[in-house]
Design a protein around this ligand. Sequence first.
Ligand code: 5GP
Ligand code: MG
Length: 198
Amino acid sequence: MLLPYAMFPEIERTLVTKEQIATRIKEMANEIVRDLEEDLAKDGDSRLDEDRVIIIPIMTGAMIFVADLIRQLPVKLSLGLTSVRSYPGASISSKGAHLESDLPDNLEGKHVIVLDDILDSGQTLALVKAIILKQKPASLRLGVMLDKQTTRTIDVKVDYTGFEIPDEFVVGYGLDYDGYYRNHPEIVILNQDAIPKR
Ligand code: 5GP
Ligand code: MG
């Protein structure tokens, strides 16, 4: 018999439950649709099926969040994956953001939404935002599942936030520690004995 994640001794407690996540994802999707409707109306087109919306998930952490969110968006959209590394391997604090893969290069005139798992120092989203703006998108919005407001080193404004959380290292729902726990369905905190001290 496999031991379910909930019984792992290194998982100390749940911070955000799957029910809370599911509810918030639907609300965020409604916020996004409302904004896109406004944008497309400004462009003189009220249809949400225009092929001008592109979602950019920052991999790998955003994959579960984005998979759930886009299935609540009744909009014709494309995905453009990118990868940024800031917490290499077993680190639990940001080591500065580095682009690990190219960003899509067809963003001019598009409505772009960049989605990340968690906003911490702000380095990741600041980096991606600066590069995308050079391509002159019609609009650029940023969204995160989690926001640790206390740890910012760069001021980045996000348009969509799932939950504000305290400055604790979290895993689950796409977030990893040393590559593991991404498939845990809730956002959880690891036991301090399981991770080295900061
Ligand atoms: P920032 O560049 O804003 O400091 O950090 C954002 C990135 O750091 C996220 O995309 C995520 O990969 C990682 N990160 C920040 N806080 C946490 C955390 O509490 N847990 C995990 N697993 N990753 C985090
Ligand atoms: Mg990341």
